[in-house]
Ligand binder design. Structure first.
Ligand code: SF4
Length: 382
């Protein structure tokens, strides 16, 4: 486990900024792509020279929209990673993409380069909802992009769906899922509630009642989610994490490196997060690269510091994180007696409230009710 690692590559470019999005991404200019990818290569080479990272179990190109840049950039980075690190035979290699930018060239180049999993930001199959989210695709484009990936040979596809979109109804959300399952039949589905993030156009529209839209509250969204969860389970999509559902054997290897704190991951690129030790004699730390793409490129080129945050957790913080993240998993989190003791009161309290239950081997897991207010329960351990 110690020498195993998951790699995240951040591609901070999109074709258009969606009105609800506060991810570190911006509309990319092709003049910046060359220098950004060249900085990425330098960062990867410098880390590979530290010789502490072996056995890559997964690579995830996320963003932003990796499919919005020329696929040659992604395949070049993947080749470099394959040259510099040792990949396990079963390594999962995912590229996030949006229907609008999935082309035959993209699909063929990615599969030819070794990508074996695609995660598509479909969000909805209702054209009015997609317009409200200011997405560039419509449902027809979503369907043709999906077919294009399948025809190119993609065997593992994950679809992201959003719920709680203004004006969406429970019926239309369920209809999205039914179409996804019956017409698309993906291996993996992720469900995310729309979250109104400060500073986004959506936050302003909601606050100033600019749009004549119905904004949904948390209870409504939870009710929809419970129905969706039941439907997906009937269709044999196993909920293995709070928002992730998979057919048997298609649980994401990469995602699990975020939720299981015994695992390591390293992020390359602007705003990328890591949790690992870089050299054999240094302790495991959390660190993050500078968010600004411009500054990231400048600092990497000038060999200046581009990791702007670094933290080594004490034992109590480590245990708190282990519980906080591990409770996201349907199988729960197994604690040692020492770890249990550190959070004895919090665990007892949550058990009393019926939000956590104890399993054998010092394992704790969220109850059905606990899952419904998971963020509140998990916050007790931070
Ligand atoms: S495509 Fe994704 S990352 Fe890009 S702006 Fe829209 S929501 Fe944000």
């Amino acid at each position: 486990m110690e020498n195993q690692i998951s790699i995240y590559i951040h591609i901070p470019f999109c074709e258009k900024k969606c009105s609800y999005c506060n991810f570190p991404s911006s509309v990319g200019k092709s003049s910046v792509f060359q220098s950004y990818f060249s900085a990425l290569e330098q960062e990867i080479i410098s880390v590979s020279n530290l010789q502490n990272i072996k056995n890559v179990t997964s690579v995830f190109f996320g963003g932003g929209t990796p499919s919005s840049v020329s696929p040659k950039y992604i395949s070049k980075i993947l080749k470099l990673l394959q040259k510099k690190f040792l990949f396990s035979d079963y390594a999962e290699i995912t590229v996030e993409c949006n229907p609008n930018s999935i082309t035959e060239k993209f699909a063929d180049t990615m599969i030819g380069a070794g990508v074996n999993r695609f995660s598509i930001g479909i969000q909805s199959l209702n054209d009015e909802e997609l317009k409200r989210l200011s997405r560039l695709h419509n449902s027809e484009k979503a369907e043709s992009a999906y077919k294009l990936l399948r025809n190119a040979g993609a065997k593992n596809i994950s679809l992201d769906f959003m719920y709680g979109i203004p004006g969406q109804t429970k019926k239309s959300f369920k209809n999205n899922l039914q179409r996804a399952v019956n017409e698309f039949n993906p291996e993996h589905i992720s469900l995310y509630s729309l979250s109104i993030e400060p500073g986004t156009p959506f936050a302003g529209w909601k606050e100033n009642k600019t749009k004549n839209w119905v904004w949904h509250d948390d209870d409504t969204m939870m009710n929809w989610f419970v129905t969706a969860e039941k439907y997906l389970s009937e269709k044999l999509y196993n909920k293995y994490e709070i928002s992730n559902f998979a057919k048997k054997g298609f649980e994401s290897i990469h995602n699990s490196s975020y939720w299981d704190t015994s695992k390591n991951y390293i992020g390359f690129g602007a705003a990328a997060h890591s949790f690992c030790s870089l050299t054999p004699d240094s302790p495991k730390r959390r660190f993050r690269n500078i968010k600004s793409v411009k500054k990231y490129i400048e600092r990497v080129n000038a060999k200046q510091k581009f990791r702007v945050f670094s933290q080594q957790l004490n034992v109590k913080q480590q245990t708190g994180e282990k519980i906080y993240l591990g409770l996201r998993l349907a199988e729960g989190v197994e604690l040692t007696p020492e770890e249990t003791k550190l959070f004895e009161n919090e665990i007892k309290q949550q058990i009393k409230l019926g939000l956590i239950k104890k399993m054998k081997k010092n394992k704790i897991v969220l109850t059905k009710r606990g899952f419904q207010i998971a963020n509140t329960v998990m916050a007790e351990f931070v």
